[in-house]
Design a protein around this ligand. Structure first.
Ligand code: SF4
Length: 131
């Protein structure tokens, strides 16, 4: 399902607690891609003190256009468990590479009445394999 998401066929939100990172500095908030969010001294502190609701591709400009495995594989795994027939179909048939793409999540930080916070949307084109 994660490959299907990367191919543009799933509209997923990030699950930032899905793949926690620990290194010599401690437990990194919220994922290893955002290096300036700080560290927690323990896993319990990471889970309790991280403002998880502030992260994700529709929640935070720092996360805009992110499709990284550390946030989205967990979402894909949850979707696979919740929708096993859809996951089976995607696994057997492989990611669809033609046709319309899934809609993107709408960024919550954009004020539609102003230009403030507008980000460039992902292009709605598919990259196809040449023969
Ligand atoms: S959207 Fe990307 S950068 Fe942001 S928390 Fe999720 S995985 Fe990390």
């Amino acid at each position: 399902m994660y490959l299907d998401f990367l191919a543009g066929n799933q509209s997923y939100n990030c699950t930032p607690w899905g793949n926690p990172t620990r290194n010599v500095f401690g437990w990194q908030k919220p994922c290893y891609l955002l290096v300036d969010e700080g560290y927690a001294p323990s896993f319990q502190a990471l889970m309790d003190e991280t403002p998880w609701h502030k992260y994700g591709n529709s929640k935070n400009p720092k996360c805009a256009n992110c499709m990284a495995h550390c946030g989205f594989e967990a979402t894909a795994a949850e979707d696979s468990i919740s929708n096993p027939l859809k996951a089976l179909w995607a696994g057997v048939m492989g990611p669809r590479t033609k046709g319309p793409m899934a809609p993107e999540p709408v960024p919550e930080w954009i004020n539609p009445t102003t230009e403030v916070g507008k980000v460039k949307a992902r292009p709605t084109i598919r990259i196809e394999v040449a023969d």
